[in-house]
Design a protein around this ligand. Structure first.
Ligand code: AMP
Length: 433
Protein backbone atom coordinates (compact mmCIF):
# COMPACT_ATOMS: atom_id res chain seq x y z
CA UNK A 1 0.00 0.00 0.00
CA UNK A 2 1.31 3.46 -0.93
CA UNK A 3 0.05 6.94 -0.11
CA UNK A 4 -0.74 7.44 -3.82
CA UNK A 5 -3.02 4.38 -3.70
CA UNK A 6 -4.91 6.09 -0.90
CA UNK A 7 -5.80 8.72 -3.52
CA UNK A 8 -4.56 11.67 -1.54
CA UNK A 9 -4.12 14.95 -3.43
CA UNK A 10 -0.77 15.76 -5.13
CA UNK A 11 -0.14 18.57 -2.61
CA UNK A 12 -0.50 16.12 0.26
CA UNK A 13 1.63 13.50 -1.48
CA UNK A 14 4.41 16.01 -1.83
CA UNK A 15 4.08 17.08 1.85
CA UNK A 16 4.19 13.40 2.85
CA UNK A 17 7.32 12.88 0.79
CA UNK A 18 8.94 15.94 2.38
CA UNK A 19 8.10 14.47 5.80
CA UNK A 20 10.11 11.41 4.83
CA UNK A 21 7.21 8.93 5.00
CA UNK A 22 7.35 6.19 2.40
CA UNK A 23 4.50 3.88 3.37
CA UNK A 24 1.29 4.46 5.29
CA UNK A 25 1.25 2.98 8.79
CA UNK A 26 -1.54 0.43 9.45
CA UNK A 27 -3.82 2.98 11.08
CA UNK A 28 -3.32 5.32 8.13
CA UNK A 29 -3.95 2.57 5.57
CA UNK A 30 -7.20 1.65 7.29
CA UNK A 31 -8.53 4.98 8.49
CA UNK A 32 -7.80 7.24 5.51
CA UNK A 33 -10.21 5.52 3.05
CA UNK A 34 -12.97 5.60 5.68
CA UNK A 35 -12.52 9.31 6.33
CA UNK A 36 -12.29 10.13 2.61
CA UNK A 37 -15.54 8.24 2.07
CA UNK A 38 -17.21 10.57 4.57
CA UNK A 39 -17.98 7.91 7.16
CA UNK A 40 -17.76 8.25 10.92
CA UNK A 41 -14.80 6.42 12.43
CA UNK A 42 -13.90 4.93 15.76
CA UNK A 43 -10.22 4.02 15.87
CA UNK A 44 -8.25 2.41 18.60
CA UNK A 45 -4.62 3.38 18.14
CA UNK A 46 -1.92 4.38 20.54
CA UNK A 47 0.24 7.41 20.17
CA UNK A 48 3.26 6.57 18.02
CA UNK A 49 1.23 4.65 15.44
CA UNK A 50 0.93 7.61 13.08
CA UNK A 51 -2.63 8.39 14.16
CA UNK A 52 -2.30 12.16 13.75
CA UNK A 53 -1.66 11.81 10.02
CA UNK A 54 -4.42 9.18 9.87
CA UNK A 55 -6.99 11.88 10.57
CA UNK A 56 -5.21 15.03 9.42
CA UNK A 57 -4.26 13.91 5.91
CA UNK A 58 -7.82 13.02 4.85
CA UNK A 59 -9.22 16.06 6.70
CA UNK A 60 -6.95 18.40 4.72
CA UNK A 61 -7.71 16.49 1.52
CA UNK A 62 -11.44 17.02 2.04
CA UNK A 63 -11.06 20.72 2.79
CA UNK A 64 -8.97 21.26 -0.33
CA UNK A 65 -11.37 19.23 -2.45
CA UNK A 66 -14.22 21.59 -1.60
CA UNK A 67 -12.70 25.06 -1.24
CA UNK A 68 -15.22 27.54 0.11
CA UNK A 69 -12.81 30.39 0.76
CA UNK A 70 -12.07 32.33 3.90
CA UNK A 71 -14.74 32.27 6.56
CA UNK A 72 -15.23 32.72 10.25
CA UNK A 73 -15.96 29.40 11.90
CA UNK A 74 -13.79 26.27 11.64
CA UNK A 75 -14.57 23.55 9.09
CA UNK A 76 -12.61 20.98 11.09
CA UNK A 77 -12.39 20.89 14.88
CA UNK A 78 -9.81 18.72 16.65
CA UNK A 79 -10.22 18.29 20.41
CA UNK A 80 -7.20 17.08 22.37
CA UNK A 81 -6.76 16.45 26.10
CA UNK A 82 -3.57 18.45 26.61
CA UNK A 83 -1.93 21.57 25.31
CA UNK A 84 1.16 19.65 24.29
CA UNK A 85 -0.81 17.24 22.14
CA UNK A 86 -2.75 20.15 20.63
CA UNK A 87 0.51 21.88 19.76
CA UNK A 88 1.74 18.72 18.13
CA UNK A 89 -1.44 18.27 16.11
CA UNK A 90 -1.11 21.88 15.08
CA UNK A 91 2.46 21.39 13.91
CA UNK A 92 1.53 18.23 12.00
CA UNK A 93 -1.32 20.14 10.35
CA UNK A 94 0.98 22.89 9.20
CA UNK A 95 3.46 20.32 7.89
CA UNK A 96 0.87 18.35 5.91
CA UNK A 97 -0.95 21.49 4.76
CA UNK A 98 2.17 23.11 3.24
CA UNK A 99 1.40 24.91 0.00
CA UNK A 100 -2.36 24.96 0.59
CA UNK A 101 -4.53 27.91 1.51
CA UNK A 102 -5.52 26.68 4.94
CA UNK A 103 -5.80 28.60 8.16
CA UNK A 104 -5.13 26.60 11.34
CA UNK A 105 -5.77 28.11 14.75
CA UNK A 106 -5.16 26.61 18.18
CA UNK A 107 -7.07 27.58 21.27
CA UNK A 108 -5.35 26.31 24.39
CA UNK A 109 -5.59 26.99 28.09
CA UNK A 110 -2.82 29.16 29.54
CA UNK A 111 -2.63 31.42 26.47
CA UNK A 112 -3.81 35.06 26.56
CA UNK A 113 -7.47 35.59 25.67
CA UNK A 114 -7.04 38.76 23.55
CA UNK A 115 -4.76 36.94 21.09
CA UNK A 116 -7.21 34.03 20.88
CA UNK A 117 -10.14 36.42 20.43
CA UNK A 118 -8.36 38.02 17.50
CA UNK A 119 -7.59 34.63 15.94
CA UNK A 120 -11.18 33.48 16.32
CA UNK A 121 -12.60 36.62 14.76
CA UNK A 122 -10.62 35.99 11.57
CA UNK A 123 -10.47 33.24 9.00
CA UNK A 124 -10.32 29.70 10.43
CA UNK A 125 -10.36 26.37 8.58
CA UNK A 126 -8.96 24.01 11.21
CA UNK A 127 -9.34 24.67 14.90
CA UNK A 128 -7.28 22.59 17.35
CA UNK A 129 -8.42 23.07 20.93
CA UNK A 130 -8.41 21.74 24.47
CA UNK A 131 -11.97 21.40 25.79
CA UNK A 132 -11.85 23.78 28.80
CA UNK A 133 -10.65 26.83 26.91
CA UNK A 134 -12.90 26.14 23.96
CA UNK A 135 -15.92 26.09 26.27
CA UNK A 136 -14.83 29.48 27.70
CA UNK A 137 -14.87 30.95 24.20
CA UNK A 138 -18.17 29.25 23.35
CA UNK A 139 -19.74 30.79 26.46
CA UNK A 140 -18.54 34.21 25.34
CA UNK A 141 -20.19 33.65 21.97
CA UNK A 142 -16.89 33.70 20.08
CA UNK A 143 -17.19 30.36 18.32
CA UNK A 144 -19.25 29.86 15.20
CA UNK A 145 -19.74 26.20 14.33
CA UNK A 146 -22.08 26.79 11.38
CA UNK A 147 -19.39 25.79 8.82
CA UNK A 148 -18.19 22.75 10.78
CA UNK A 149 -17.91 19.61 8.65
CA UNK A 150 -15.68 17.37 10.72
CA UNK A 151 -15.16 16.81 14.45
CA UNK A 152 -12.13 14.83 15.61
CA UNK A 153 -11.68 13.65 19.19
CA UNK A 154 -8.02 12.76 19.69
CA UNK A 155 -7.07 10.60 22.68
CA UNK A 156 -10.68 10.63 23.78
CA UNK A 157 -10.01 8.15 26.61
CA UNK A 158 -7.57 10.59 28.14
CA UNK A 159 -10.04 13.47 27.82
CA UNK A 160 -12.56 11.46 29.81
CA UNK A 161 -9.89 10.40 32.36
CA UNK A 162 -9.12 14.07 32.87
CA UNK A 163 -12.76 14.82 33.64
CA UNK A 164 -13.63 16.54 30.37
CA UNK A 165 -16.70 14.41 29.63
CA UNK A 166 -19.23 17.21 30.24
CA UNK A 167 -17.19 19.71 28.25
CA UNK A 168 -16.81 17.25 25.37
CA UNK A 169 -20.54 16.55 25.36
CA UNK A 170 -21.36 20.25 25.36
CA UNK A 171 -18.99 20.91 22.50
CA UNK A 172 -20.37 18.00 20.48
CA UNK A 173 -23.93 19.21 21.10
CA UNK A 174 -23.02 22.65 19.76
CA UNK A 175 -21.77 21.29 16.42
CA UNK A 176 -24.04 20.62 13.40
CA UNK A 177 -25.67 17.19 13.29
CA UNK A 178 -24.50 16.85 9.69
CA UNK A 179 -20.84 16.69 10.77
CA UNK A 180 -18.53 13.71 10.21
CA UNK A 181 -17.11 12.49 13.52
CA UNK A 182 -13.84 10.66 14.15
CA UNK A 183 -12.97 9.29 17.58
CA UNK A 184 -9.46 8.12 18.43
CA UNK A 185 -8.82 6.39 21.71
CA UNK A 186 -6.33 3.88 23.15
CA UNK A 187 -9.17 2.02 24.86
CA UNK A 188 -12.69 1.36 23.72
CA UNK A 189 -14.44 0.22 26.86
CA UNK A 190 -16.85 1.78 29.36
CA UNK A 191 -17.42 5.51 29.07
CA UNK A 192 -15.69 5.68 25.70
CA UNK A 193 -18.02 3.08 24.21
CA UNK A 194 -21.03 4.95 25.61
CA UNK A 195 -19.78 8.29 24.30
CA UNK A 196 -19.11 6.75 20.89
CA UNK A 197 -22.62 5.37 20.77
CA UNK A 198 -24.08 8.81 21.48
CA UNK A 199 -22.02 10.87 19.08
CA UNK A 200 -21.11 8.65 16.10
CA UNK A 201 -23.37 7.57 13.24
CA UNK A 202 -22.80 4.02 11.92
CA UNK A 203 -19.08 4.28 12.54
CA UNK A 204 -16.47 2.14 10.83
CA UNK A 205 -14.21 0.52 13.37
CA UNK A 206 -10.46 0.32 13.03
CA UNK A 207 -8.19 -1.24 15.62
CA UNK A 208 -4.45 -1.49 15.46
CA UNK A 209 -3.10 -4.76 16.86
CA UNK A 210 -3.48 -5.09 20.62
CA UNK A 211 -4.64 -2.04 22.50
CA UNK A 212 -1.41 -2.33 24.41
CA UNK A 213 1.08 -2.00 21.58
CA UNK A 214 4.27 -3.73 22.60
CA UNK A 215 6.68 -1.09 21.44
CA UNK A 216 8.92 -3.66 19.82
CA UNK A 217 11.70 -1.18 19.25
CA UNK A 218 11.81 -0.20 22.92
CA UNK A 219 13.91 -2.25 25.29
CA UNK A 220 12.20 -2.31 28.67
CA UNK A 221 14.13 -2.92 31.89
CA UNK A 222 13.30 -3.00 35.54
CA UNK A 223 15.53 -2.08 38.49
CA UNK A 224 14.38 -2.86 42.00
CA UNK A 225 15.34 -0.22 44.57
CA UNK A 226 15.45 -0.26 48.37
CA UNK A 227 14.63 3.37 49.10
CA UNK A 228 14.78 6.91 47.75
CA UNK A 229 18.52 7.15 48.33
CA UNK A 230 19.11 4.00 46.29
CA UNK A 231 16.78 5.27 43.60
CA UNK A 232 18.68 8.55 43.36
CA UNK A 233 22.04 6.80 43.07
CA UNK A 234 20.75 4.46 40.41
CA UNK A 235 19.26 7.35 38.44
CA UNK A 236 22.59 9.20 38.48
CA UNK A 237 24.34 6.07 37.30
CA UNK A 238 21.86 5.44 34.50
CA UNK A 239 21.95 9.04 33.31
CA UNK A 240 25.72 8.85 33.22
CA UNK A 241 25.61 6.00 30.74
CA UNK A 242 27.14 6.86 27.41
CA UNK A 243 24.22 5.95 25.23
CA UNK A 244 21.78 8.40 26.82
CA UNK A 245 21.16 11.04 24.20
CA UNK A 246 18.11 12.65 25.78
CA UNK A 247 15.96 11.26 28.57
CA UNK A 248 12.55 11.91 30.07
CA UNK A 249 12.40 11.08 33.77
CA UNK A 250 8.87 10.65 35.09
CA UNK A 251 7.93 11.51 38.65
CA UNK A 252 4.64 11.02 40.46
CA UNK A 253 4.13 14.66 41.47
CA UNK A 254 4.84 18.17 40.25
CA UNK A 255 6.76 18.89 43.44
CA UNK A 256 8.96 15.84 42.95
CA UNK A 257 9.59 16.87 39.33
CA UNK A 258 10.77 20.34 40.41
CA UNK A 259 12.88 18.96 43.21
CA UNK A 260 14.56 16.26 41.14
CA UNK A 261 15.19 18.70 38.29
CA UNK A 262 16.91 21.10 40.66
CA UNK A 263 19.06 18.29 42.14
CA UNK A 264 20.08 17.07 38.69
CA UNK A 265 20.88 20.64 37.72
CA UNK A 266 23.23 20.86 40.70
CA UNK A 267 24.86 17.66 39.47
CA UNK A 268 25.61 19.43 36.19
CA UNK A 269 22.92 17.96 33.93
CA UNK A 270 21.23 20.11 31.27
CA UNK A 271 17.84 19.56 32.83
CA UNK A 272 14.36 21.08 32.84
CA UNK A 273 11.09 20.28 34.58
CA UNK A 274 7.72 20.03 32.83
CA UNK A 275 4.43 19.84 34.66
CA UNK A 276 0.91 21.19 34.71
CA UNK A 277 1.60 24.03 37.16
CA UNK A 278 3.92 25.77 34.72
CA UNK A 279 2.70 28.64 32.52
CA UNK A 280 2.13 27.73 28.90
CA UNK A 281 4.94 30.00 27.68
CA UNK A 282 7.35 28.27 30.04
CA UNK A 283 6.16 24.84 28.90
CA UNK A 284 6.62 25.79 25.27
CA UNK A 285 10.11 27.11 25.88
CA UNK A 286 11.04 23.91 27.69
CA UNK A 287 9.75 21.78 24.83
CA UNK A 288 11.62 23.90 22.30
CA UNK A 289 14.76 23.40 24.37
CA UNK A 290 14.14 19.67 24.31
CA UNK A 291 13.62 19.68 20.53
CA UNK A 292 16.75 21.74 19.95
CA UNK A 293 18.72 19.35 22.17
CA UNK A 294 19.56 22.03 24.77
CA UNK A 295 17.66 20.04 27.38
CA UNK A 296 19.21 16.62 27.90
CA UNK A 297 17.05 15.46 30.78
CA UNK A 298 13.40 16.41 31.11
CA UNK A 299 11.82 15.65 34.48
CA UNK A 300 8.10 15.48 33.91
CA UNK A 301 4.71 14.43 35.20
CA UNK A 302 2.30 12.38 33.09
CA UNK A 303 -0.10 15.09 32.01
CA UNK A 304 2.62 17.43 30.78
CA UNK A 305 4.58 14.79 28.92
CA UNK A 306 1.71 13.31 26.98
CA UNK A 307 2.13 13.66 23.25
CA UNK A 308 5.79 14.72 23.30
CA UNK A 309 7.32 13.62 20.02
CA UNK A 310 11.04 14.33 20.02
CA UNK A 311 13.22 11.97 18.05
CA UNK A 312 16.31 12.49 20.24
CA UNK A 313 14.76 10.85 23.28
CA UNK A 314 16.76 7.67 23.72
CA UNK A 315 15.60 6.83 27.25
CA UNK A 316 12.47 7.04 29.35
CA UNK A 317 13.08 6.53 33.05
CA UNK A 318 10.22 5.89 35.41
CA UNK A 319 11.62 7.36 38.61
CA UNK A 320 8.15 6.69 40.01
CA UNK A 321 5.84 4.15 38.44
CA UNK A 322 2.55 5.56 37.11
CA UNK A 323 -0.59 4.81 39.11
CA UNK A 324 -2.55 4.05 35.95
CA UNK A 325 -1.16 1.16 33.86
CA UNK A 326 -2.10 2.84 30.54
CA UNK A 327 0.24 5.69 31.45
CA UNK A 328 3.17 3.27 31.46
CA UNK A 329 2.49 2.50 27.81
CA UNK A 330 2.17 6.19 26.97
CA UNK A 331 5.31 7.10 28.89
CA UNK A 332 7.56 4.57 27.23
CA UNK A 333 6.17 5.60 23.85
CA UNK A 334 8.07 8.92 24.24
CA UNK A 335 11.18 7.04 23.15
CA UNK A 336 11.64 4.85 20.09
CA UNK A 337 9.65 7.33 18.00
CA UNK A 338 8.92 6.56 14.36
CA UNK A 339 10.83 3.27 14.37
CA UNK A 340 13.97 4.41 16.23
CA UNK A 341 15.36 2.29 19.07
CA UNK A 342 14.65 3.32 22.64
CA UNK A 343 15.21 2.18 26.21
CA UNK A 344 12.61 2.38 28.98
CA UNK A 345 13.80 1.89 32.55
CA UNK A 346 11.60 1.60 35.62
CA UNK A 347 12.94 2.05 39.14
CA UNK A 348 10.62 0.11 41.41
CA UNK A 349 10.52 0.10 45.19
CA UNK A 350 9.20 -3.11 46.71
CA UNK A 351 6.18 -1.32 48.06
CA UNK A 352 5.22 -0.46 44.47
CA UNK A 353 5.14 -4.11 43.45
CA UNK A 354 1.34 -3.94 43.07
CA UNK A 355 1.67 -1.13 40.51
CA UNK A 356 4.25 -3.14 38.63
CA UNK A 357 1.99 -6.16 38.66
CA UNK A 358 -0.89 -4.12 37.22
CA UNK A 359 1.32 -2.67 34.49
CA UNK A 360 2.62 -6.10 33.52
CA UNK A 361 -0.87 -7.51 33.42
CA UNK A 362 -2.23 -4.60 31.40
CA UNK A 363 0.58 -4.66 28.86
CA UNK A 364 0.79 -8.45 28.98
CA UNK A 365 4.54 -8.38 29.42
CA UNK A 366 7.09 -9.27 32.03
CA UNK A 367 9.74 -6.61 32.16
CA UNK A 368 13.21 -8.13 32.56
CA UNK A 369 14.91 -7.24 35.84
CA UNK A 370 18.37 -5.74 35.62
CA UNK A 371 20.91 -5.17 38.36
CA UNK A 372 23.76 -2.67 38.21
CA UNK A 373 26.97 -3.94 39.78
CA UNK A 374 27.68 -2.04 42.98
CA UNK A 375 24.08 -0.81 43.14
CA UNK A 376 22.31 -4.09 43.83
CA UNK A 377 19.12 -3.87 45.90
CA UNK A 378 19.58 -5.06 49.49
CA UNK A 379 16.30 -6.92 49.53
CA UNK A 380 16.82 -9.88 47.29
CA UNK A 381 13.40 -11.48 47.76
CA UNK A 382 11.07 -10.14 45.13
CA UNK A 383 7.33 -10.16 45.55
CA UNK A 384 5.58 -13.12 44.02
CA UNK A 385 4.16 -12.09 40.70
CA UNK A 386 2.19 -13.90 38.09
CA UNK A 387 3.31 -14.43 34.58
CA UNK A 388 0.84 -13.16 31.99
CA UNK A 389 -0.01 -16.79 31.34
CA UNK A 390 -1.05 -17.25 34.96
CA UNK A 391 1.99 -19.23 36.17
CA UNK A 392 3.69 -18.14 39.33
CA UNK A 393 6.89 -16.22 38.95
CA UNK A 394 9.12 -15.61 41.91
CA UNK A 395 11.58 -13.03 40.69
CA UNK A 396 14.47 -12.78 38.31
CA UNK A 397 16.97 -15.47 37.59
CA UNK A 398 20.44 -14.48 38.69
CA UNK A 399 21.94 -14.22 35.28
CA UNK A 400 24.75 -11.76 35.76
CA UNK A 401 23.20 -8.69 34.19
CA UNK A 402 25.39 -6.58 36.47
CA UNK A 403 28.54 -7.64 34.71
CA UNK A 404 26.98 -6.81 31.35
CA UNK A 405 25.80 -3.45 32.44
CA UNK A 406 28.61 -1.76 34.29
CA UNK A 407 28.87 1.84 33.28
CA UNK A 408 27.32 1.95 29.89
CA UNK A 409 24.24 0.66 28.15
CA UNK A 410 26.21 0.12 24.99
CA UNK A 411 27.98 -2.80 26.63
CA UNK A 412 24.67 -4.51 27.00
CA UNK A 413 23.78 -5.80 23.62
CA UNK A 414 21.58 -8.56 25.02
CA UNK A 415 17.92 -8.43 24.08
CA UNK A 416 15.64 -8.76 27.08
CA UNK A 417 13.80 -12.05 27.11
CA UNK A 418 10.35 -10.59 26.74
CA UNK A 419 10.68 -7.20 25.11
CA UNK A 420 9.45 -7.32 21.59
CA UNK A 421 7.96 -10.78 21.74
CA UNK A 422 4.37 -11.51 21.04
CA UNK A 423 1.53 -10.04 19.15
CA UNK A 424 3.16 -7.19 17.33
CA UNK A 425 3.33 -3.43 17.83
CA UNK A 426 1.09 -0.84 16.30
CA UNK A 427 3.07 -0.61 13.09
CA UNK A 428 3.42 -4.30 12.48
CA UNK A 429 -0.06 -5.67 12.43
CA UNK A 430 -3.49 -4.28 11.94
CA UNK A 431 -6.83 -5.89 12.48
CA UNK A 432 -10.46 -4.94 12.35
CA UNK A 433 -12.61 -5.55 15.34
P1 AMP B 1 1.65 9.89 16.06
O1 AMP B 1 1.18 8.50 16.39
O2 AMP B 1 0.67 10.64 15.24
O3 AMP B 1 2.07 10.63 17.32
O4 AMP B 1 2.97 9.78 15.12
C1 AMP B 1 4.16 9.21 15.57
C2 AMP B 1 5.35 9.60 14.71
O5 AMP B 1 5.32 8.88 13.48
C3 AMP B 1 5.45 11.06 14.31
O6 AMP B 1 6.79 11.46 14.52
C4 AMP B 1 5.11 11.11 12.84
O7 AMP B 1 5.81 12.16 12.19
C5 AMP B 1 5.61 9.75 12.38
N1 AMP B 1 4.87 9.20 11.22
C6 AMP B 1 3.54 9.31 10.97
N2 AMP B 1 3.21 8.64 9.85
C7 AMP B 1 4.35 8.07 9.37
C8 AMP B 1 4.65 7.25 8.23
N3 AMP B 1 3.72 6.86 7.38
N4 AMP B 1 5.95 6.87 8.07
C9 AMP B 1 6.90 7.26 8.95
N5 AMP B 1 6.68 8.04 10.04
C10 AMP B 1 5.42 8.43 10.26
Amino acid sequence: MTFAELKLSPNLLSAIEKSGYTTPTPIQAQAIPVVLAGQDLIASAQTGTGKTAAFMLPAIHKLAEKPIGPGKGPRVLVLTPTRELATQVNEATRKYGTGQRLKTVSILGGMPYPVQNRMLSGWVDILVATPGRLIDHMERGRIDFSRLEMLILDEADRMLDMGFIDDVERIVAATPATRQTLLFSATMEGDIARLAQRILKNPQRVAIAAQTARHENIEQRLHFVDDLGHKNKLLRHLLGAESVNQAIVFTATKLAADQLASELHQDGHAVAALHGDMKQGQRNRTLQGLRRGDVQVLVATDVAARGIDVSGISHVINFDLPKVPEDYVHRIGRTGRAGAKGVALSLVAHRDAHLLQRIQRFANIRIPVHVVEGLEPKVKAFPIDRKPGGKKWSGPKKSGFGAQQKRSFSNDSRKPANAGAGNGGGWKKAANF
